[in-house]
Design a protein around this ligand. Structure first.
Ligand SMILES: Cc1ncc(COP(=O)(O)O)c(C=O)c1O
Length: 503
């Protein structure tokens, strides 16, 4: 029996039983050999796509004995950039590049270049970095309810390196607050199945138990399940606005009210929505209030490097109060290296990225974000209407601009494969099987929506006519989703990371 057959036949196994069997398999040498051989096959499929520059550019395994000519170095970087930007420039990529206009990128690069030596850790040397960050936080806080809360909440924050770090910082703050103020030693977080896996990372890093609750048929948090999951160890509840997989919004009002009643924190993960939701609301789109105007919301993550159109590497974590933010900060008072304090996970940080983020926000202004949001929402309407006209596929839940597509009749991963063959770079999802496209400004260019819909229609027709095709990534996706032995899948992912680091 090979791995695909194992997943087909044993996919129904409850996870504790599968984990038990998996441990046993690892102890039987013959079975372990079979598993390793199967892993090897899967790795080969993955590896082939990872090293396209082998043989095309010089390899540098050790330091060159003398420095290479700068022009040659820049030329190589330029060539790789040119090869890689074709797909995203033309709008073939889901998410990834959120703005992408040449002039915008050149402007951010100039701002970066002017501040490339800046380090916010040394606020005395680089007061400009503190100015940029304080103003970024203030602008983002005002976009999310600062000045409009009934309790006159100060709404403060930090600039971090991305959504994951914002989430890590917030979860650490809740853990430390609960330990200090309530003596909770075995903290738990309550979150929907669809909440970003950065919360899983936070749980692993900070020793917090995840209590994942199911989502409804519409892929939004089951509010009753969330309520029932709270106990004396619960430190925080989480909702997404929207969630990465299906682009759907959890009921932030209901969930945060429950959190408030139970005296626990509530985090709105607005990494994807932070620079769309406030503007969509102003434009009159039917979009819920997910920010600090809900009295129970105590923190938020808002990614400037997504729809804020900053360069990659910045996000903002917001807190309702300074007291809560204090639990995020790190200070060391007895180190021989002197008094030390740093707000987030990193020590030294790239002040240039904060400068470029500040520049992006100032150059867009509210008007720029309103126009960008309107264009994305209108493109989303067009694409959703087009998908509804294609038989055999369906939109998962009721999304706004991140649209997941599934099927009750076709192998949706084969459709995804066919789209990949047509140059699209979309996100494969599982549990249930589907894929999504996160619309960005790249997709608002003329003809891109029509192109997507035509290719999707053709892909669906192709899969209907050729349902038994066994090539491409479809079998890997299918196996990865249904293989009951999750440790095996995790091992494959770790080996994939090893391959990334191979020279
Ligand atoms: C809803 C949500 N939260 C958090 C993250 C993590 O963000 P990052 O990849 O910037 O760390 C993402 C990333 O896509 C996301 O979609």
């Amino acid at each position: 029996m090979n791995i695909e057959e194992i997943s087909e036949r044993l996919g129904w196994l409850p996870s504790p039983v599968a984990a038990f069997i998996e441990k046993r398999i690892k102890k039987v040498p013959a079975l372990k050999k079979l598993v390793d051989a199967e892993n090897e096959k899967t790795m080969q499929v993955l590896e082939n796509s990872l090293k396209p520059y082998d043989g095309k550019f010089d390899k540098h395994i050790t330091l060159p004995s003398e420095g290479i000519n700068r022009e040659k170095i820049l030329n190589d970087i330029q060539q790789m950039h040119d090869l890689e930007s074709v797909r995203w420039k033309e709008g073939y990529v889901s998410g990834g590049i959120y703005h992408g206009d040449k002039e915008h990128i050149e402007f951010l690069n100039k701002a970066y270049a002017l501040q490339s030596q800046s380090n916010p850790l040394h606020s005395d040397l680089f007061p400009s970095a503190s100015k940029f960050e304080a103003e970024i936080i203030s602008m983002v806080a005002h976009m999310h309810g600062k000045g409009q809360t009934t309790d006159n909440a100060p709404v403060v924050g930090s600039v971090t390196s991305g959504g994951t770090e914002s989430i890590l910082c917030a979860m650490k703050a809740y853990r430390d607050r609960a330990r200090e103020e309530k003596g909770i030693r075995e903290p738990e977080m309550v979150l929907p199945d669809t909440a970003h896996t950065a919360f899983n990372k936070a749980a692993q890093y900070f020793g917090i138990k995840q209590v994942r609750i199911p989502v409804t048929n519409n892929y939004t948090a089951n509010v009753n399940a969330a309520k029932s999951a709270i106990n004396n160890n619960t430190i925080v509840m989480i909702g997404s606005a929207p969630a990465f997989p299906h682009g759907t919004f959890d009921d932030i009002k209901a969930l945060s009210d429950i959190a408030l009643k139970n005296g626990i924190g509530f985090h709105t993960d607005c990494c994807l929505g932070g620079f769309i939701v406030p503007f969509a609301e102003k434009l009159g789109y039917n979009i819920p209030i997910v920010d600090f105007r809900n009295p129970g919301v105590t923190s938020m993550s808002v990614d400037t490097h997504k729809y804020g159109y900053a360069a990659k590497g910045t996000s903002v974590v917001l807190y309702r109060t300074e007291e809560l933010r204090h639990y995020q900060f790190f200070t060391a008072t007895d180190w021989p290296g002197g008094l030390y304090f740093s707000p987030t996970l990193a020590g030294s940080r790239p002040g240039a990225l904060s400068a470029a983020c500040w520049a992006a926000m100032l150059s867009m202004g509210e008007g720029g974000y309103l126009r960008a949001t309107d264009a994305i929402m209108k493109t989303a309407e067009k694409i959703k209407a087009g998908i509804k006209q294609i038989p055999d596929i369906k939109i998962m839940g009721e999304p706004h601009w991140i649209i997941a597509i599934g099927s009750d009749t076709l192998n949706i991963y084969q459709v995804l494969d066919r789209m990949t063959k047509k140059h699209w770079n979309l996100n494969g999802l599982h549990k249930p099987a589907c894929f999504h496209i996160a619309l960005t400004l790249r997709h608002t260019q003329p003809e891109v929506a029509e192109h997507f819909l035509n290719d999707l229609k053709e892909a669906v027709e192709y899969v209907k006519a050729n349902p038994d095709t066994k090539e491409g990534m479809a079998p890997v996706y299918g196996m990865a989703a249904s293989l009951p032995f999750r440790g095996m899948v995790s091992d494959i992912l770790k080996r994939y990371l090893d391959v990334i680091y191979k020279v």
